[in-house]
Design a protein around this ligand. Structure first.
Ligand code: S3P
Length: 174
């Protein structure tokens, strides 16, 4: 039985792409909190935010996390705001190793400026919103076990670093 690999970090940091690539290489299953929420609610995240509001979304997110955190061998792709609730972090840490995929605000902006799926960035100045949210959230993301530089265009170095870190963790826990 192996601990879950838990990916946290801001929108656009590359969590979903990295999760899929790791799953393929490590032959593990990916679970995405956003995908599970959309399935459960039968609506897109944007629609949940618009119709029920952010607190409702966070409630469903928390429930989903409490259900998937005790599983084993998973790669858990977390929505960017999962860390705002300390209980989510504690739950995920019980059976998982947390990796913070850290990207700079300019890099994030370049990656997501053409996408319309993030309700929190539907503001007059999404670029400034990214900077503000990132500054506010940084201390939460820093509770991860490891911080991984995710500024590179390629997800390859990120995957390699995570694989090498979990190999070291396994040796250390023997
Ligand atoms: C959010 C990030 C999104 C999604 C929702 C809220 C956030 O997930 O959960 O729009 O608060 O940062 P991604 O990080 O996968 O974009």
């Amino acid at each position: 039985m192996q601990k879950n690999i838990v990916l946290i970090g801001f929108m656009g940091a590359g969590k979903s792409l990295v999760a899929k690539a790791l799953a393929k290489r490590l032959k593990r299953k990916v679970v995405s909190t956003d995908v599970l929420i959309e399935k459960r609610e039968r609506k897109t995240i944007a629609k949940i935010f618009a119709e029920q509001g952010e607190p409702y979304f966070r409630g469903v997110e928390k429930k989903v996390i409490s259900e998937i955190a005790p599983e084993n061998n998973r790669i858990i792709d977390c929505g960017g705001g999962v860390v705002l609730d300390q209980e989510n972090i504690l739950n995920l840490k019980k059976n998982g190793i947390l990796f913070y995929l850290k990207a700079d605000p300019e890099v994030i902006w370049e990656r997501i400026k053409s996408q319309q799926t993030r309700p929190l960035l539907k503001t007059d100045n999404p670029k400034v919103k990214i900077e503000e949210l990132l500054e506010k959230r940084e201390p939460f993301y820093r509770q991860a076990d490891y911080i991984i530089d995710a500024n590179d265009q390629s997800i390859e170095p990120v995957c390699r670093e995570i694989i090498s870190l979990i190999a070291k963790e396994r040796i250390a826990s023997r």
